[in-house]
Design a protein around this ligand. Structure first.
Ligand SMILES: NC(=O)c1ccc[n+]([C@@H]2O[C@H](COP(=O)([O-])OP(=O)(O)OC[C@H]3O[C@@H](n4cnc5c(N)ncnc54)[C@H](O)[C@@H]3O)[C@@H](O)[C@H]2O)c1
Length: 273
């Protein structure tokens, strides 16, 4: 039986994509899932469909950029169900294109959702996770958190921020001897959700399947793994990046097609502001 059976798992950005795939996988492992998302209509449809499939879940509209909204959801959840054991920071946005052509409002939104949102939701729920006999924090970062990403500079740097935050929280909890809490940082290349429509995955790899990443995350939580790096190329990227001269790293990025991967980005969130 999965150790997730008695756990309550809160996921941000759970109405679609990787968030929904993880919600379904956590529910299949026996967890009670708290679905949250900015998009109320899609969230309601996801909750309905998951319940129809037999999942134990509940849903709350939650915009990770709004502190009052986060705290109100925490209060309502505590009153209606109880505390959270596992927190999955998943909500994210991306706006591709040459840096100066992307409106400043979209660059700001990228940091507000991808970095400040992760910090705010973690701040609100860390006490819950610490009070659990087996708490866990999951941070959905990206392979772009290890490298530079032309035409995706604020997205990539927001994910560098997520990795730095997750690593700092992990080591802080270790220093505080909070042994009941695991921390997992997830760094995949491109996943087939529509967020990165039009991009080219790195050569020798293909577009990842959201369900496949979801399964890796569930396994990482069960086995207390610190990293999910997918596919194989990402497992060696941090080592190569730190050991090779920059010019060789740039050459490899070109050779694997990472440098031009965002050239034709047409992701589904491109009109948000
Ligand atoms: N798709 C990829 O190729 C890929 C690769 C690596 C990492 N990731 C990361 O995985 C996570 C999920 O990506 P996805 O592909 O499922 O994206 P998606 O666009 O399909 O889903 C993202 C969800 O986040 C929600 N969201 C957006 N802004 C929000 C906010 N302010 N508050 C709450 N919810 C909000 C959206 O409504 C949506 O339901 C993101 O953090 C993304 O950066 C994605």
């Amino acid at each position: 039986m999965s150790i997730l059976k008695m756990q309550r798992v809160l996921i941000t950005g759970a109405a679609q994509g990787v968030g929904r795939a993880m919600a379904e996988s956590f529910a299949a492992a026996g967890a009670e899932v708290v679905l949250t998302d900015l998009d109320g209509d899609r969230l309601a449809a996801t909750e309905r469909e998951m319940k129809a499939a037999g999942a134990r879940c509940r849903a709350y509209v939650l915009d990770v950029t709004k502190d009052e909204n986060i705290l109100a959801v925490r209060q309502q959840l505590h009153e209606e169900a109880g505390t959270v054991d596992v927190l999955v920071n998943n909500a994210g946005v991306v706006f591709g294109g040459p840096f100066e052509s992307v409106p400043m409002s979209q660059h700001r939104l990228t940091y507000r959702v991808n970095v400040e949102g992760v910090v705010a939701v973690t701040h609100a729920f860390l006490r819950d996770v610490l009070s659990s006999p087996r708490g866990h924090l999951v941070f959905i970062a990206s392979a772009s958190g290890f490298v530079g990403l032309p035409n995706g500079s604020t997205y990539a740097s927001s994910k560098w921020g997520v990795i730095g935050f997750a690593e700092s929280i992990r080591t802080e909890l270790k220093q505080r001897q909070a042994k009941s809490v695991g921390v997992t940082t997830v760094c995949p290349t491109y996943i087939n959700t529509g967020m990165f429509e039009g991009v080219a995955p790195p050569k020798t790899t293909s577009m990842l399947d959201p369900q496949e990443i979801a399964e890796k995350v569930i396994e990482a939580v069960e086995k207390r793994r610190i990293w999910v790096l997918e596919p194989w190329l990402v497992k060696i990227t941090p080592f190569l990046k730190n050991c090779l001269p920059t010019a060789v790293g740039d050459y490899l990025s070109d050779a694997f097609g990472a440098t031009n991967s965002m050239d034709d980005w047409q992701g589904h969130g491109k009109d948000a502001n």
